[in-house]
Design a protein around this ligand. Structure first.
Ligand code: FDA
Length: 310
């Protein structure tokens, strides 16, 4: 409950315009702990560095809801260019996108622009042998994101596109069951948005228990699962679960965020698990950064110290 209150406080305060202006102007050096850089070249460089530790990359051009089709198309072009650059650098492109950043919710030529742009992006990634994960955003977007995911799997297959379920949402177990006919590639996360108690569990213990149930259900169904957490006790339980149920190591991977628990990422890779770091980059880092601060009280002090240092 305290975790929820803390998160709510940080996400509410960070939503204030003057706080955003202040943090944007003073905290870029601090944000770089969580963000690989401002351009694709920096992100690809981060992939190369992680490769040295046996860790794979998941590239994420930072950006959230955009209000105009022009901006959405512009953003989609940048993601396409990222795919081209990764491919040219010999890196099979694995990217994450937020559908709100490529036009979800805006109708153009009779179709949702988020779907139109996602189709271009998944198509290009598939051409390069890559993969696109549709990040999950706040709860009003879940229905449309899952529907668009279904459309994309039907068009491109489940080996080129995946999506995310959040264990804090009461609905996620039912969503997982409803997706099973697709044999979906799913990333399971706890959930990072400010959500009302009517849709999201307020207690961390319930969110953690739901997390385990989602991962285990996906594994038992024989579908690929991305175990995206830094929670060591869950990671240990998953290791035991896969041993006990004979789940092969190529049916799941551990995923963590760039700059968080790098020690654990390396350790798991050394133990022979597939590990992938989510590597965000770009100028639009504020919302992503706020969610990272909201996840851990110690991070507020880290930001304040960094801002005071200038
Ligand atoms: P939890 O919050 O319980 O933290 C466990 C431990 O991890 C902490 O005790 C601390 O040691 C460490 N830790 C966690 N967060 C930290 C931080 N910010 N700084 C330093 N240490 C930290 N969410 C979402 O809603 N939609 C999405 O699409 C995604 N995508 C996504 C991809 C990947 C690869 C990851 C790892 C996470 C996401 N998330 C997400 C975010 C997710 O919902 C969640 O907010 C964070 O992963 C933090 O939760 P943990 O599972 O790590 O557990």
């Amino acid at each position: 409950m305290i975790d929820q209150l803390y998160r709510k406080a940080v996400l509410t305060v960070s939503g204030q315009k003057f706080v955003e202006d202040l943090v944007r102007s003073r905290a870029w050096s601090v944000a770089q702990r969580f963000v690989a850089g401002e351009d694709a070249a920096s992100a690809l460089q981060a992939v190369r560095e992680l490769e040295g530790d046996g860790i794979l990359g998941n590239l994420d051009l930072l950006g959230e809801f955009v209000a105009s089709p022009e901006k959405a198309n512009e953003f989609a072009e940048k993601v396409l260019s990222l795919l081209d650059q990764a491919n040219a650098a010999g890196i099979p492109p694995y990217v994450s996108i937020k559908l709100s950043s490529v036009g979800q919710g805006q109708t153009v030529n009779g179709e949702d622009l988020g779907l139109t742009n996602a189709r271009r992006i998944v198509g290009r990634a598939k051409q390069y042998g890559g993969f696109v994960c549709l990040d999950m955003e706040d709860h009003p977007r879940v229905d449309i994101t899952l529907a668009q995911f279904r459309t994309l799997v039907n068009e491109f297959g489940n080996g080129s596109v995946g999506t995310v379920l959040q264990s804090y949402l009461y609905r996620s177990e039912a969503d997982l069951a409803a997706l099973q006919d697709l044999h979906p590639n799913l990333r399971i996360v706890k959930g990072a948005y400010l959500e009302p108690e009517s849709v999201a569990m307020p207690d961390k213990a319930d969110v953690d228990a739901s997390y385990r149930r989602l991962v285990y259900a996906q594994m038992k169904a024989g579908n690929y699962v991305n175990v995206a957490t830094h929670d060591e006790s869950i990671i240990e339980d998953v290791k035991h679960f896969v041993l006990a149920h004979g789940i092969s190591r190529d049916m799941f991977e551990f995923q963590m965020l760039y700059g968080i628990r790098r020690d654990l990422q390396k350790e798991l890779a050394q133990q022979g698990y597939r590990v992938r770091a989510y590597i965000p980059y770009g100028r639009d880092w504020y919302a992503y950064f706020s969610r990272r601060i909201a996840e851990r009280p110690a991070n507020v002090m880290f930001v304040l110290r960094g801002m005071l240092k200038g």
